[in-house]
Design a protein. Structure first.
Lengths: 224, 225
């Protein structure tokens, strides 16, 4: 199978990239002047956020494709992406919290960006709560696709609405000129690693979901 | 014109059902009264604190009583598969959606007026009455947002074996912008800063237009079986 081979190739890449990424983050990257060692978590935090964004965009696109084409393969792709999205956004919240404790002196603040990610997290947990309660396969796919689309559209609205409170979240992109070039390159490497990891998780989980579905069909046939 | 006629027929049907005692509205009113009592016990409100907390309390009550009411009106369509007669009728799913959203809007608005009146009486907070014209705009815009999202989502949850219980989990995160806009702008009006509400009112209007468009696009998929 073609996907099998691409999964293996990506896996081999990751086998090198992930340890290298951690080596770069902890050994090569210079220590930040003000925040100190704890700033290193940024490399993971931001890369995870990129991965989460990628996965949730995947839910959105797959949901549209399901409603359009009515092929169950798009439903499988949508919930696979949603699982990865929930995992990654949970980790975004966790790593952010670990960073915030020494820097902001609090595990959590009601900053707009934090609130946006938390709301997004709730929406996609709701996505699985909805799926869990629907027995009919077509309805499950159809209804969760509707939620997958609305949930994604809601994110910028929540972001926009919460923005009018004072934001204390650091804006890295705005000070791009001041960022140490070594730091910047390591950040890009870390992002690339996590994008590849997201793709890998998707392909791997997608393949597993297809096998599960085939197993269900075989089981049904044996029962009949 | 056919479209609005169909929507009006649905609205008329829901009002008729309510008048003949399906009791979704009375449950909403009863819950909002109960919630106000609970808030008073929990927060021990006095004359000073009530002014700053009024808007927040009101919107929490609106949200929860609204969930109860909207969940019920959608379940009524699923009971004995009443909605199938609409699926098979020549009326479009969109007109059905608009009709349901209108009836939800109406019931929510009645509940909200009742809640505000109870608030005035229970907390001796007559300020609300004088400021009613200014409170009306965010109230109506927020209620439109509530009913648009609520109508769509209450139909989503009817397919689930958990039914209405699931509604708050899906509904509340999505309407966060409405609650934020409603609480902030009504709070501003109540605390004598009516000038700052404009951008929140704009935000609520944008939310309403966006969700009207999205719901009209997506609702037909919930009617396919």
């Amino acid at each position: 199978m073609k996907t099998d081979r691409s999964i293996t190739i990506i896996f081999l890449f990751l086998l090198v990239m992930i340890p290298l990424n951690f080596y770069l983050i902890f050994m090569v990257a210079p220590t930040e002047k003000v925040m100190g060692e704890v700033q290193r978590i940024f490399y993971l935090h931001i890369s995870l956020a990129v991965g989460a964004f990628l996965a949730l965009t995947g839910v959105f696109v797959s949901s549209i494709l399901f409603l359009w084409k009515k092929k169950f393969i798009w439903d499988t792709a949508a919930y696979t992406c949603a699982e990865i999205g929930v995992l990654m956004s949970t980790l975004v919240l966790t790593t952010g919290s670990i960073w915030a404790r020494p820097i902001w002196n609090a595990w959590w603040t009601w900053d707009p960006r934090l609130l946006t990610v938390l709301i997004l997290w709730f929406i996609y947990i709701g996505y699985f709560l909805l799926r869990g309660g629907i027995a009919d396969k077509f309805k499950k796919a159809q209804y969760s696709a509707v939620l997958g689309i609305i949930g994604y559209i809601d994110i910028p609205v929540v972001r926009y609405a919460t923005k009018w409170w004072k934001s204390i979240h650091p804006l890295l992109t705005q000070e791009g000129g001041g960022l140490d070039p070594v730091m910047k390159n390591i950040m890009f490497f870390s992002m690339a690693t996590f994008i590849l990891l997201t793709i890998f998780l998707f392909l791997f989980r997608f393949r597993l979901a297809r096998i599960e579905e085939r197993l269900e069909i075989v089981k049904k046939r044996m029962e009949d | 014109m056919r479209f609005m006629g169909n929507a009006a027929a649905i609205l008329r049907k829901d009002i008729l059902l309510e008048l003949r005692g399906r009791e979704s509205l009375s449950l909403m009113l009863f819950l909002s009264l109960l919630l106000l009592v609970i808030f008073n016990i929990a927060l021990d409100l006095d004359k000073d604190s009530v002014s700053s907390l009024a808007s927040g309390i009101l919107w929490v009550v609106f949200a929860f009583s609204g969930i109860l009411g909207m969940g019920r009106t959608s379940m009524a369509e699923r009971d004995e598969e009443a909605y199938l007669s609409i699926v098979f009728s020549p009326a479009s799913p969109e007109s059905f959606y608009i009709g349901k959203a209108l009836s939800n809007f109406l019931f929510l608005l009645i509940m909200e007026c009742f809640t505000m009146l109870s608030f005035v009486i229970l907390f001796d907070f007559e300020k609300i009455i004088g400021l009613l014209p200014q409170l009306l705009v965010p109230l109506v815009l927020g209620t439109i947002g509530f009913s648009l999202v609520g109508t769509l989502f209450s139909f989503l949850t009817t397919a689930s074996k958990y039914g209405e219980v699931l509604l708050p989990f899906l509904y509340l995160p999505v309407v966060v912008p409405v609650i934020l806009g409603g609480v902030t702008s009504m709070g501003m009006v109540l605390n004598g800063n009516a000038g700052g509400t404009w951008k929140w009112i704009q935000m609520l209007a944008v939310f309403d237009v966006l969700y009207l468009a999205v719901s009209l696009l997506l609702f037909r998929y919930l009617m396919e079986d």
